[in-house]
Design a protein around this ligand. Structure first.
Ligand SMILES: Cc1cc2nc3c(=O)[nH]c(=O)nc-3n(C[C@H](O)[C@H](O)[C@H](O)COP(=O)(O)O)c2cc1C
Length: 438
């Protein structure tokens, strides 16, 4: 029997996700819901639950990038993942109208203390009845640090801090034993004090006494998502993550990444299947191949070179207005997002100029565009799945709402028909969905 795929829907609480053309697209413009209204996300949550997705997931950043040209103007004009409203409150909104789908969101740890985030995520795990998933990120752009009045911490140090941060959170989530609350109304004992513990954490970066003032949540803390690509990022992900998001347009490079991370997970004494690696893709589906290609061309034409350069500059924290954009994109020396130029060139089969990379980055932030009829889209997903050895996909839309509905209506039935995707949820928590392989 084929191991079933896992599917997550990528979103941002923003007018743009991975495509900066998205907000300009007439399908987005014609939508009954605006991007800044909770009804849109409640609608998407219901659609993805109908499609039996593992989760919907929000990325998040806390800055508007001025990296390109040292000015906010290009990012503001093109809406390069900005504005970006806080997605965390949306999880409760979506939980109220769904009952199964996992609800994931990013929360950067870079300018926080573990106690606050342990408390927030335990609360969200309660409110969603065990459907919460937290994408633990360390911020990658100096603008974000500047918003908190701090300097960007060195790359590997950020991950050392992340390691300890998650460790403290886990201790806090376990500081109430599962059966601590006894609610003995007759004796007047709400919870057994013997089953609530201080954690007395004193580490390199943090001190926390504990206990958490939130009872143990259904999943004992949220499921953990990670997206680190560097050796340090992979090490942290291998230690803690229930799910890893990765982007690699080349299935061969994706396979190398997959094997490396799965062996790191095993080296940590964990079952490699306990952590799912989902690769990002941007599906563009239509009833005929020609229509799908036209859709792709039209969408891609909505991305300006300036917008592409602005988002690329922001993500690499490198100002590409300072170099000749007709130059071949070399290897980035930046510590964040190492190897970007290499990855794009490997996929294209030739070296790409900076402007070419920027355009692709504006269209899909390096997610491969999977274009065609429902059958062709499934053929491509299946081929990638088999070559990369991945556990499934993280999907990103070219317009919203609309594209996700098309995927659920047209592609999910074909995936199910080929036995590649579940037809029903067997569990009801986020971790249970991620562990459901049949
Ligand atoms: C699919 C995906 C989603 C991500 N979402 C976020 C995000 O929402 N916010 C953020 O600050 N970084 C996000 N990142 C960046 C990662 O957390 C990480 O910093 C980046 O992949 C570089 O990792 P590295 O420093 O280990 O190479 C995301 C990365 C990927 C691949």
């Amino acid at each position: 029997m084929t191991k079933k795929m896992h599917l997550a829907q990528f979103l941002m609480h923003s007018p743009t996700y991975h495509s900066i053309g998205m907000w300009r697209h007439p399908r987005t413009a014609a939508a009954p819901f605006e991007w800044d209204r909770p009804e849109l996300y409640q609608h998407i949550g219901k659609v993805c639950e109908r499609g039996k997705f593992d989760m919907i997931f929000f990325a998040d950043v806390s800055f508007i990038s001025d990296t390109y040209t040292n000015s906010l103007a290009p990012a503001i004009k093109a809406a390069t993942q900005s504005p970006n409203h806080d997605p965390t409150p949306l999880l409760s909104y979506i939980a109220a109208v769904t009952s199964k789908i996992g609800l994931g969101s990013t929360f950067s740890i870079s300018h926080q203390h573990p106690f606050y985030l342990a408390r927030l995520w335990a609360t969200l795990d309660h409110l969603t009845r065990g459907r919460a998933a937290w994408n633990v990120v360390t911020s990658i752009n100096h603008n974000e640090s500047a918003n908190y009045g701090e300097a960007l911490m060195e790359h590997d140090l950020r991950y050392d801090r992340a390691d300890e941060f998650i460790d403290v959170c886990i201790k806090l989530w376990r500081s109430w034993e599962e059966d601590a609350v006894c609610m003995d109304r007759e004796q007047g004992i709400f919870a057994d004090p013997e089953k609530v513990h201080r954690i007395e954490h004193v580490g390199r970066f943090f001190k926390s006494r504990g206990p958490l003032n939130v009872t143990q949540s259904p999943q004992s803390g949220p499921a953990i998502i990670q997206a680190g690509a560097s050796p340090k990022g992979r090490a942290v992900a291998a230690k803690y993550a229930d799910c890893i998001f990765a982007v690699n347009p080349s299935p061969k490079l994706a396979a190398q990444y997959y094997d490396d991370v799965k062996s790191r997970i095993a080296n940590n004494g964990r079952d490699p299947d306990a952590c799912k690696i989902l690769f990002g893709v941007q599906p563009i589906v239509a009833n005929s191949e020609q229509e799908a290609k036209e859709k792709q061309d039209y969408h891609n034409s909505l991305v300006s070179a300036e917008g592409g350069l602005a988002i690329l500059s922001g993500h690499l924290d490198t100002d590409f207005s300072q170099v000749d954009n007709q130059q071949i994109m070399g290897e980035s020396n930046k510590n964040a997002l190492q190897g970007f130029g290499r990855m794009y060139s490997a996929t294209a089969g030739r070296a790409l100029t900076i402007e070419e990379v920027a355009m692709k980055h504006g269209q899909s932030v390096s997610l491969p565009q999977i274009v065609g009829t429902p059958k062709q889209v499934v053929d491509q997903l299946e081929a990638y799945y088999q070559t990369a050895g991945g556990d499934g996909f993280m999907l990103s839309a070219i317009y919203s709402p609309g594209a996700i509905e098309e995927f659920v209506a047209l592609v999910v039935p074909e995936l199910q028909h080929r036995g590649l995707f579940r037809t029903e949820y067997s569990g009801s928590t986020q971790r249970e969905h991620l562990l459901q392989d049949d």
